[in-house]
Every structure is written in C-alpha cells, then in structure tokens.
Design a protein around this ligand. Sequence first.
Ligand SMILES: *[C@@H]1O[C@H](CO)[C@@H](O)[C@H](O)[C@H]1NC(C)=O
Ligand SMILES: *[C@@H]1O[C@H](CO)[C@@H](O)[C@H](O)[C@H]1NC(C)=O
Ligand SMILES: *[C@@H]1O[C@H](CO)[C@@H](O)[C@H](O)[C@H]1NC(C)=O
Ligand SMILES: *[C@@H]1O[C@H](CO)[C@@H](O)[C@H](O)[C@H]1NC(C)=O
Ligand SMILES: *[C@@H]1O[C@H](CO)[C@@H](O)[C@H](O)[C@H]1NC(C)=O
Ligand SMILES: *[C@@H]1O[C@H](CO)[C@@H](O)[C@H](O)[C@H]1NC(C)=O
Ligand SMILES: *[C@@H]1O[C@H](CO)[C@@H](O)[C@H](O)[C@H]1NC(C)=O
Length: 820
Amino acid sequence: MACLLSYIIFFLTQTVLLLSPTAAQNTGNIPVGRSLVAATNGSSWLSPSGDFAFGFHQLPNTRNLFLLSIWFAKIPDTVVWSANEGNPVPQGSSVQITANEGLVLSDPQGNNLWNTSNELSGVGGGVSYGFINDTGNFALKRSSNDNPVWQSFDHPTDTLLPGMSLGSNEAISSRLSETNFTTGRFQYRLTSDGTMALNATDLTTGYAYEAYHISDISNAGHTQRFVYNESGYMYILRKDGSMYNMLPENYTPSKDYYQRFILAFDGILMLYSAPKTSVTDGWSLFQITPRNMCIERAMRNLGTGICGSNSICSLNADKRPVCTCPLGYSRLDPDDQFGRCKPNFKLQSCEGNAAEISMKDEYNLVRLTNTDFTYNDYERVSSNNEEDCKNACLKDCYCAAASFQLFGDNSGCWKKKAPLFNGRTDSSVTDGFWIKVRKANISNDPLNPYVNFPPLTAKNKTKALNKVLIGGSVSVNILLLTAIGLGIFFTYHKKQLKGFDEVQRKTLRAYSKVHYFSYQELNEATNGFQEELGRGSFGIVYKGMISGGGLSTFVAVKKLDRISGDTDKEFKTEVNVIGQTHHKNLVQLVGFCKEEDQRLLVYEYMSNGSLADYIFRDSKPSWIERVLIAQGTAKGLLYLHEECSTQIIHCDIKPQNILLDEYQNARISDFGLAKLLILNQTQTNTAVRGTKGYVAPEWFRNKPVTVKVDVYSFGVLLLEIICCRKSVCMDLFEGEGAILTDWAFDCYQSNRLNSLVNDDMEAITDMIRLKKFVMVALWCIQEDPSVRPTMRTVTQMLEGLAEVPDNLPCPSSFSVTTQY
Ligand SMILES: *[C@@H]1O[C@H](CO)[C@@H](O)[C@H](O)[C@H]1NC(C)=O
Ligand SMILES: *[C@@H]1O[C@H](CO)[C@@H](O)[C@H](O)[C@H]1NC(C)=O
Ligand SMILES: *[C@@H]1O[C@H](CO)[C@@H](O)[C@H](O)[C@H]1NC(C)=O
Ligand SMILES: *[C@@H]1O[C@H](CO)[C@@H](O)[C@H](O)[C@H]1NC(C)=O
Ligand SMILES: *[C@@H]1O[C@H](CO)[C@@H](O)[C@H](O)[C@H]1NC(C)=O
Ligand SMILES: *[C@@H]1O[C@H](CO)[C@@H](O)[C@H](O)[C@H]1NC(C)=O
Ligand SMILES: *[C@@H]1O[C@H](CO)[C@@H](O)[C@H](O)[C@H]1NC(C)=O
C-alpha cells in the first residue's frame, strides 16, 4: 500500500514536473515520499525565491553522470553542496525523502547508494518533510516547530554560504578537481587555538601537513565559532563575544548580492559575489587567499610543493597555481595536472664505468627564465661567473640543475640534485637557473607550450663583483653551523658518518631541527660566560665558540632571564618555531639549552654588531647601504609574518634588534621570544611589550595586537634609517623635530625632505626613492592598524615593485611617544 502510494506520488510529481519543468514546486515543503530522478533536463526542488535548487546536477561533459547536489539555480554551474561524498550517480538514479532514513539515494536498480540515516539527530527519524530555503540550506524536519533533524549546512563540502558556521576543528574540504567532487587535498578549518588554517593532506596516507596559510590573529584562543552570518559578514566569534573580521577590509556585504566562499581544488580560498538583479553578469571574485600559492611558505607546507617533483609552479592570470614541466620533461600522469614530471631522457648517471660517467658531453644546460627550484642545493661552488658555474654542474654527474645569482637570497653558484622540488616561476625570481638535459633528446622534445626558450641575454658581468659572494654565504654559514652541530652530535654518539649522500641527508634533516646543548658545553664554549656582547630585553648575550668535526665557528649565546619558570613545554615549542625559521634576513638559531632554571639560546654570531650602533654613530653609513638594510629588514619581517611555518609577530622591532652580518646584511634578532615573556599573551594585551618610541597605539587601546604592530615599529625604524637619528631626541631638537614621526610628516607635507635628512647629499640626489621611503614609513605609522600596509606591500613598495599611494593621511591625531 505504502509502495503504491509512493508510486502514485512519484507519478504525480513527475507529471507535474513534466508539465512545467522549471517551475518545480517552489512553495517550500516537500513531504515524505517525494523523489527526484536523475535525467538530462530533469527536475529539481527549488527554494521559495528560486535562488537555490536541490536535485541531480548533470556533470558537464558527461552524458549520464549526475551529482546529487545543491546549486545556484540562476547562475549556471555553481554547485555549493554535494551528497554521496561527491561521487556522481548514473542516469535513472533517484533520491527520495523517507521518514526513517531522511534522504535516500538509490541507483537505477533501487539499491541504496547513500542516505542520511546515520546523521539524523534524535532517535528514530520521524521526518515529515524536507525543504530548501533561500539560504541554500536543505533541511529535513519533523514539524515546523522543531529544529531540523538534518540539514546540509551541518555537512558542508567545499563551499560556505551566508548562514553557515564552523565550530572548533570543523572544516570544509576542497574537491579533487574542477569536475571531480570527491574530497581533495586541501582543508580550511577553525583550529582549536582559534585561527583559520589552510592545510594540505596527502591523499594516500592521510597525513596532514602544517598549515600553508593561517589567518592573521594574535591573541587567538577563547574562540567559539567561525561565522558567515546571513547578512554575509564573516568573522571569528570569540567566547567573550568579540568578533574578528575575516572579510577583505574594504568589502561590505549587501543583500542585493549572492555570495559564496569556496575552497577551490587547487587550495585557494575565494570569495565570490554576483548581483541578484542581473545574474547574467555572473560571479565577481573578491578575495583570493593565499595570494600566491607558489611562495616559499606555501610550498614548504604542501609536502613537495603544490606541484609534484620536477614540476614548476606559477600563477596564471587569475592568480591560480599552474604546474608545468620544464623543457625536456613531461607529466608522469598526463591527467594529473599537479603531479610529477619525469625526464624524457636518461639522467646523467654516476654509476657504472668511467666511459658512462664521462658522457658529460652529451648533456647541456638550458636556461629557464625567472625560475628556481628551492631546497635542492647540495653544494655551493666558488665561481664568480655563469660560465664557471655551468661548467661545474656539467662536470658533476650528480648535478641536475644549477643556479647562479649575483645578489639576493640565493647568491653564488649552487648545484642542485634530482629530483627537483619546489619549482616556481615568478617575475620576482631573478634569472640564473639552468636545468641539465640530454642534447640528443632535446631537439625532438615535444614542445612544451609553457616553457619559453629564454633569450640568452648577455649579463653585465662587471656588475658589482665585489658583492658577488655575499648572500649565499649566509646559507653556507647555516650549513656550516648545522654541520658543526651534527659534528658535536656525532662525537657524542660515537658514530661515524658514511658516504657523502648520508651526510647530505642528515644535514638537511638536521637543518630544521635545533641542536640541544648542555649547560656545561655552553659554559666551555663561552669560556665561562666571559665576553659580553650586549644586553637585550631578554638577558645578556655572550660571545662563544663551538667546534666539532674539525670546524669551529663563533656563536652568540643568550642567557634568558625574564622567562617564567614553569613554561617548559612552551619554551620547547617556541624554540622549535624559532628553529624552523630560515631566512637571509634573520639571525639563525643554532641551538638551545634548558637545564634546571637555566635557559639559553645559541645564535649565529653577527660580526658587525647592531643597526643602532651603525646608524647612530657619528659617521653615517652610505645611503645605499641604508636602503639595502631597510629592504632587508622588511623582507625578514615579511618572512616572519607570512612565509614561515608559524606566523611570528616580533613585537619589539627597533635598531638594537637588527644586527648586521659580516656583509652588512640586516638580520632580525630576538624574534619569537615575545610569547615567552612572563606576561601571558593570551589573557591580556594591556601590558605593553616593546620599546618606548616604537610601540603601536593599539597596545594602549586594549585592541587586538596583530602583525600590524610590527609594521608600525618598522615605520619608525625606517625613519630612523633614513635620517640616521633616534625617534625621540629631546636634547638635540627643542620643540620642532624632537619626535621624529611628527617631524617626518611635517617635512613631507611642507616638502622639506632636505631638512629631514639633514642635507644628506647622497639621499637628496636619490630624491624619488627618498620620498618614497618617507611615504612608506608614514603609511606604516598610521594610527589605524587597518590603514597600515602589510609587510608584503611594504617590501614591494621599498623595492619599487608597487606604487606608494599618495593620499597619505596624517599618521595620528596625537603622538604615541608623548603618552609616556
Ligand atoms: C534539454 O534541454 C535543452 C534546452 O532546452 C534541449 O536543447 C535538449 O534537447 C534537452 N535534452 C533532452 C535530453 O531533453
Ligand atoms: C543507509 O545507509 C547505511 C550506511 O550508511 C546502510 O547501512 C543502510 O542500509 C541504508 N539504509 C537503507 C534503507 O538503505
Ligand atoms: C534557512 O535555514 C537556516 C539554517 O537552518 C535558518 O537559520 C534560516 O532561518 C532559514 N531561513 C528561512 C527563510 O527559512
Ligand atoms: C574522481 O577521482 C577519484 C579518485 O581519483 C576517482 O576514483 C573517481 O572515479 C573520479 N570521479 C570521476 C567522476 O571522475
Ligand atoms: C593543520 O595546520 C595546523 C597548524 O599548522 C596544525 O596544527 C594541524 O595539525 C594541521 N592539520 C590538521 C588536520 O588540522
Ligand atoms: C551579521 O553581522 C553583522 C556584523 O556584526 C551585523 O551587523 C548583522 O546584523 C549580522 N546579521 C545577522 C543576520 O545576524
Ligand atoms: C634519447 O636519445 C637517445 C640517443 O639518441 C636515444 O637512444 C633515446 O631513445 C632517446 N630517448 C628518448 C626518451 O627519446
């Protein structure tokens, strides 16, 4: 009887739908027993306004595959939710609303494929009807007064719609590809510590990598939910009721627009909106996070990078990552656009007889423009021109690629080993990368459309040769230090290192691990803590020397004294976080010690002291040196804010904490320590940290402390670097000029930059840059944190890659420095 009844209902439904397929019932409730059948131009259940549809969505380019899903009915191909773990079903499958199991999806033979029985809250189903409402939520209800027993908003797939929210540790997951809706590699979740994190997982092992992007929140914790409310506002709601806005700063939601927030299959979060009144305009994209999937941090926390080994990441015009194989390589799995690339030739071998090894003449190095593969370096060659560098690689059977740069993070000649990881092409990557290919095979290589044959422009080899050996040696220092750390390690464990490969492997593994020193070792290394290098906010720093494996090097040993006694775990966590940072503009942590009450940190030794000594001494350093120091410091901060694995807010940027290495590179020190101070960061931010003259106004206002506090301090620092004077200087300048930040704005407004730099001729002849730098500084010290640029923008403006907006507001209505 029931069967007959439902057949009749089914028949009636179909009839009604046949009569007017698009105007399917839009009166709301769909009673138990109703069903839909998967068919081309089949019917669906519409929300009252007709904005959303529930039913079988035919997958594009397939004849007979249908996805049980919810989609925007007025805008084509915008699926917002899918059932059955994203697996499509064949034509003739059906879905029915039942009292006990809720939604039941069956194949054409009537076998159950998926149902909501396990997800129904409350005992025994008792569903009486379903409905899809105008928010895009499909709900099953017992009666109109009850809460839904099941609703699609509680089981989100890859899209968030206004009205949805996520609790702690709840996530949305990307789909596998644009057209395959099964679960993909990426997740966006509210972490238990109250940030929104983007993670990648390895689909075969399920391993979750560390986040490749974390929302910009310090003082996280006490978080309740991630809310995308019905008006389209998106925020993190804390237990105390405060909200942290997650929408782009200048975006105001409107009820005249549809909105959706999707974690795309390539790991990018996108916020879309479309005008309700003219849906034919389609979707506009408002935000894309992270902005660049190919940057260092994103790459490192995605396993082998977003692209597989030997593959190169770049952004297309829509800022979406694209993976391409280098010349001479092709995709291992032609259908996997994020997969590995394999060489179309036999790689040069180090096995076998001399004849084979000496086949080097068979190979050639081909230049790839604006490209690099990072973290593949195994050896640095001392050559100071391209030709020598290329020859060194050609001669070496291990060498699969080489890079040669005059400046920057990777300067010098580096040999790289196969397979190559973390490849990227970006206009910000300096040319100077060659990949080894076999000559015989390259000519008949099927032309890879993405890899352009770069013009071999003759480089100006006389250019600044005195600088050639600069930056790269920093990395060498790190390697050396690591090797020394290992040396000690191995001496203690009486182990013998074997072949070259093993050393490399261990060195690289140890690269991200911090060495543990005993107090006795450090006591010896510093000769009983004799030579004091300085006193910082956290304790005294001593000079020391560590040796091992026949090598020795100077280190700076910092004895921490303001760290509370019972934060053992925190200390180790922080040490690990600090130890994982590697950047040319940061002072590298080499090791640490924790014995009873003693806590010590061991850093690379910086032979040229602090920036404070350098710029505030009587003879000014040259303008160009100062420009480089400012740019370097900005890059170091950018790394801390956006590119290292855990975001670090420095909280105490000042010239005393910027050190200079032997090549005058700016290196930020003391980062990552703010969290360890006795003051509990999560409970109060009223206790001001930082140093007078450099602290941002929000410290005083009980406002959340974000990375923008560092931007503020950087602004002050930048002015100091420009002017070579301290930010507050009451004695020298009576009244006018005592407060550098105010003085700088006055001078800028009245066009008196000459007096600001005290008639520094080098700076004045470089007026365009000088003005730019002053403006950047003034943007950084804006009272409203949201008006301050991010360090990424600052870096780009300082390097001339972005324009500095000239609608500069007055930095603040009052001067922070006078608050003391
Ligand atoms: C589906 O509808 C389209 C457009 O109305 C029509 O061209 C097509 O023939 C229909 N297909 C079937 C199988 O009914
Ligand atoms: C509903 O799905 C479960 C598995 O999730 C299955 O065991 C059960 O048999 C299904 N119910 C029906 C009526 O097919
Ligand atoms: C639609 O569903 C959501 C989530 O259950 C609910 O909050 C909202 O009130 C519903 N709106 C309407 C118009 O029924
Ligand atoms: C989606 O991808 C999975 C995993 O590769 C595969 O098993 C499934 O057949 C794909 N589905 C479609 C519709 O292509
Ligand atoms: C995601 O990233 C966070 C932060 O790095 C990490 O704590 C977490 O374990 C990762 N994995 C998952 C599944 O959340
Ligand atoms: C959504 O949040 C905004 C900002 O907090 C608020 O103004 C608005 O009233 C909220 N809308 C709803 C439906 O709760
Ligand atoms: C590469 O060239 C060598 C020598 O001409 C040839 O033997 C080999 O088959 C080629 N390999 C491929 C993959 O084309």
